[in-house]
Unconditional design. Structure first.
Lengths: 397, 106
């Protein structure tokens, strides 16, 4: 692909572009910063007749997700986008979408949950929805967000998956900042996405069905929850297969975990989202000093690739897990807890510590990450790591 | 479509339709809710004027009508709510504790 095909766009413009090229049947959404201009751009495409999609403007995110559920249940390809408080308002229906096994694709532009009232980036919105039953994929930049949007239905609609999928990226840092995008041509996008599978839906008058029924007083809720988890297990391969197929098509390689200089790493950080890009030059700098540093960027968070983590971390002496969301009263942030469990379950004896950073949009600088790496390097040399969280770039310390 | 659910009590997670879908219309009739009933409605044939109020008011379609006449209650599905008794203009319907009836609550 020639450099003439590189666009300078914001993360939100990149996703709106992908949505335009996919041209789903229905988009139902409500505006919220920093997601708003995705759907704003898309509504312009609808108004201009560039897409055939039906745009449903609703009165809240609870209604947005409810409309998405109805639409997807009727067999329509359905997309939406949200952030923060909007995500929180659709929380109830996130579970309904997942339990009805509806392959809705949603962009969640990460923003803090109040309070104090804060519109900036952290991951507390989508992390709070990690048990809703959605596939969760985190993206570092506009290109990843675009690619992940193109790949969304290909994952969510697979026969043994049939789960809703949400793509995340950092509010403002990625959503509003301009970066390079190599878009695919629309024909390529449409052929990758393919035709929607013809699952049973509500709009078959000759074969009427009931969706979202009451489960009875002593019904099968438990069995359905287990079935959802089985679908999640299948999603791990489905995601990788889709990544592989996308790689063949575009040359762009994705994995559940994207590793950087991890082959011989003794100290590593695990990071989600845009901070991964901040950390890589730090890894390079420390490598020049002779410190065997590496980075693991998490793309797939649900289903959680725990065996993959255990494999990548097995030779590492000390790992620092960077969480951009906290879990109050827990032993650490959500990512840290997952990794601790993965290490324990796979009997990997890597020392670990939790770094909390970036809450409410607090900047994370290379020197903060360097500081984190030096703590890990000390631990690799025999020093004990604290059991409590280490806060990066916290004021007054 | 006829959905065979004879052994559904023993179905594990992989046997169900994804998303708890029910692929057969109107099969709620196989789900007998009569067992929920504490009191059953009994209609006095003499007093009944066949106005059909009970039929129209019954929320569970449990008043059986043939040739435009009430002939029975469907005790397999009547939950004993008593709305028919309240609505009946000539007070032809009365509610009686299930314990008064010797046979199983059907």
């Amino acid at each position: 692909m020639s450099s003439a095909n590189i666009l300078a766009v914001t993360g939100n413009q990149a996703v709106a572009q992908a949505m335009k090229q996919i041209d789903p049947d229905v988009v139902a959404a409500y505006p919220i910063t920093p997601q708003t201009d995705i759907v704003q751009a898309f509504s312009q495409y609808v108004a201009d007749g560039v897409v055939k999609a039906e745009l449903i403007t609703v009165e809240s995110e609870h209604s947005a997700m409810s409309a998405c559920v109805g639409s997807a249940a009727a067999g329509a390809r359905t997309m939406t986008a949200t952030s923060s408080a909007g995500f929180a308002l659709m929380f109830e229906i996130l579970f309904v979408a997942a339990s009805m096994r509806l392959p809705i694709v949603m962009t969640t532009v990460n923003r803090a949950l109040s309070g104090p009232i804060n519109i900036h980036c952290d991951h507390s919105d989508s992390m709070s929805g990690r048990d809703a039953g959605w596939i969760q994929i985190y993206n570092e930049d506009a290109q990843e967000a675009y690619d992940a949007t193109v790949m969304g239905f290909a994952i969510a609609e697979q026969e043994n998956v049939r789960l809703p999928l949400m793509n995340m990226y950092d509010g403002f840092i990625i959503s509003g900042a301009i970066g390079p995008l190599r878009p695919l041509d629309t024909e390529t996008v449409q052929s990758f996405v393919g035709d929607a599978p013809s699952y049973t839906n509500l709009l078959q008058p000759d074969a009427p069905v009931t969706m979202g029924p009451f489960d009875g007083l002593h019904g099968w809720y438990f069995e359905h929850k287990v079935a959802q988890n089985m679908a999640m297990d299948s999603a791990l391969d489905a995601i990788q297969d889709t990544y592989d197929r996308f790689h063949e098509l575009t040359g762009r390689r994705y994995d559940h975990l994207m590793t950087y200089k991890m082959e011989d790493a003794e100290v590593a950080i695990v990071v989600i989202g845009s901070a991964a890009g901040t950390a890589r030059p730090v890894v390079d700098k420390l490598r020049e000093e002779g410190i065997k540093a590496g980075e693991i960027k998490v793309r797939t968070f649900r289903p959680f690739p725990s065996a993959e983590f255990a494999r990548v971390l097995s030779g590492v002496k000390a790992v620092g897990v960077m969480d951009r969301a906290d879990s109050f009263g827990a032993q650490g942030g959500p990512l840290y807890l997952e990794i601790l469990a993965a290490l324990y379950q796979h009997d990997v004896q890597t020392k670990s510590v939790n770094f909390i950073y970036g809450l409410g949009g607090r900047d994370i600088f290379p020197h903060n990450i360097e500081e984190a790496f030096r703590t890990l390097a000390d631990a690799a040399g025999g020093r004990e790591l604290p059991k409590s969280r280490i806060y990066l770039n916290l004021k007054g310390v | 479509m006829k959905w065979d659910i004879r052994n559904i009590q023993d179905w594990g997670p992989d046997k169900h339709e994804p998303g708890a879908l029910i692929p057969e219309a109107g099969n709620a009739r196989y789900y007998k809710t009569g067992g929920w009933r504490a009191e059953r409605p009994v209609r006095d044939e003499e007093t009944c004027t066949q106005c059909l109020f009970c039929y129209f008011f019954c929320p569970d379609a449990s008043v059986v009508v043939e040739d435009q006449k009430v002939v029975a209650f469907d005790y397999d599905h009547c939950k004993g709510c008593g709305i028919c008794m309240v609505e009946c203009p000539p007070d032809a319907i009365s509610m009686h504790p299930e314990s008064e009836f010797t046979e199983e609550g059907s």
